[in-house]
Design a protein around this ligand. Structure first.
Ligand code: HEM
Length: 416
């Protein structure tokens, strides 16, 4: 084992880039720079003045992202949370107590206790049973869009099915989905002025989401149903029911995690079809549904990265990482790694072997909603291909300004 290295001796990024600055991603992923990182500094130190440890390691290769994800005993989600923070260490410290109630920010074995509460609502069988309902929703979404003739694909189509699906599963009335849409935009789009009313707005939005969750909890306590909200209220961890705060953060996680991600996969998928019309023709004609869905998810990689914190000294790809160091794992860079995927810069909906890690690199936090997301994407594109095969872009997409979510805000389209 090599000795831990001083900060001054740590390898730096081979290209000029600030991965914390949302402007870096304002025009899309910096794919050429990611390629240079994978090639010459696959594990490098990124300075972040004033933040915990004044910086973090950046991991860009597929195998290394998997290794970090699958070694939770070293790489903790609990220690400093799983979200890479943009602000100073003190702010982060304050937020930690609340965020640690999210299972996303827990380590085993505590993590498994919480995940088990909701796991059963997301099994392949449960999702298969939900599919007829998802098909109905998808057809209604297409009816409404066709009636409009033109519009914004993101808002009219991509955002709708994920919202309806997660509201249905959790137990939120469909007519309240506009409230959830607005709140999750403000929570996730906090770096984008279009979604943020003030710098503190993400916090206000989470408080509003908690208030909304309180209302759902009260209704379900009175009248339990067969939904995730009722399941959360009935659950016990170590013989104790979840507190109201614990219920609220669980609710928030499910609402946010199930929305933005799938919405962006659908938006990026449609945009990729617009840019690769041969693939759209192929999709419409042959419907290679399973391979197309995986390729859309890989191409989109809606979550760019998550963070871990080393619990002990560790050597990753020959690089010494010190105990206490933060490590950011870049799914968006790893999903273009040519050592793991053939021709990764080609959008190929018939790709047979596609070991993308858009849902995480494996390990305990692997996306809970992967089965649901796959079903939504498959059903949505199938219905679009059946009912609006000549859909056309009428302008360029507008990208979300974010260092976390690879998002599209708007794609102007003609539906018919
Ligand atoms: C294409 C769509 C989606 C993508 C790309 C995505 C991506 C991810 C990623 C990268 C993680 C972290 C994995 C890790 O740390 O190893 C994650 C976790 C999670 N996802 Fe998804 N997700 C998607 C859809 C969904 C949906 C529809 C839900 C529904 C509720 C969902 C719920 C969650 C939850 C609850 C976690 C935390 C799991 C845990 O900590 O154990 N996701 N997702």
């Amino acid at each position: 084992m090599t000795a831990p290295v001083d900060k001054a001796d740590r390898p730096r990024c081979p290209v000029d880039i600030d991965l914390i600055d949302p402007d870096t991603f304002a025009d899309g992923l910096p794919l050429e720079k990611f390629a240079a990182m994978r090639e010459s500094a696959p594990v490098f130190w990124h300075d972040q003045e004033g933040a915990a440890g004044d910086g973090f390691w950046v991991v860009t290769r597929h195998a290394d992202v998997q290794e970090v994800s699958r070694t939770p005993e070293v790489f903790s989600s609990y220690e400093r949370g799983a979200l890479l923070h943009t602000g100073p260490a003190e702010d982060e410290e304050q937020a930690l107590e609340m965020t640690r109630m999210l299972m996303l920010n827990m380590d085993p074995p505590e993590h498994s206790d919480y995940r088990n509460i909701v796991q059963r609502a997301f099994t392949p069988r449960t999702i298969r049973n939900l599919e007829p309902r998802l098909e109905e929703f998808a057809n209604e979404i297409v009816d409404r869009s066709l009636a409009k003739g033109t519009g914004d694909f993101v808002k009219d189509i991509a955002a709708e099915l994920p919202l309806l699906a997660i509201c249905e599963l959790v137990g939120v009335p469909a007519e309240d989905r506009g409230i959830i849409f607005d709140l999750s935009n403000r929570l996730i789009g906090f770096d984008d002025p279009e979604f943020r009313n003030s710098p503190e707005d993400a916090q206000i939005a989470s408080a509003e989401m908690y208030m909304y969750a309180d209302g759902i909890a009260a209704a379900r306590r009175e009248c339990p149903m067969d939904d995730v909200a009722s399941r959360l209220l009935a659950a016990e961890v170590d013989g104790t029911a979840l507190s109201q705060d614990q219920f609220d953060v669980f609710f928030l996680l499910l609402m946010v995690a199930g929305n933005e991600t799938t919405r962006n996969a659908i938006s990026h998928g449609m945009q990729a079809f617009f840019e690769h019309p041969d693939q759209w023709e192929l999709f419409k004609k042959e419907r290679p549904l399973d391979t197309a869905v995986e390729e859309i998810i890989r191409w989109a990689t809606p979550v760019m990265q998550f963070q871990r914190t080393a619990q002990s000294d560790y050597v990753l790809a020959g690089q010494s990482i010190n105990k206490g160091d933060r490590v950011a794992i870049y799914y968006s860079a790893a999903n273009r790694d040519e050592t793991a995927l053939t021709d990764p810069d080609t959008f190929d909906i018939t790709r047979e072997t596609n070991e993308h890690i858009a849902f995480g690199g494996g390990g305990p936090h692997f996306c809970l909603g992967a089965n649901l997301a796959r079903a939504e994407i498959r059903i949505m594109f199938n219905v679009i291909a059946d009912r609006m095969p000549d859909i056309k872009a009428t302008g360029d997409p507008r990208m979300l300004r974010s260092m976390f979510i690879n998002g599209i805000k708007e794609i102007p389209v003609k539906y018919a």
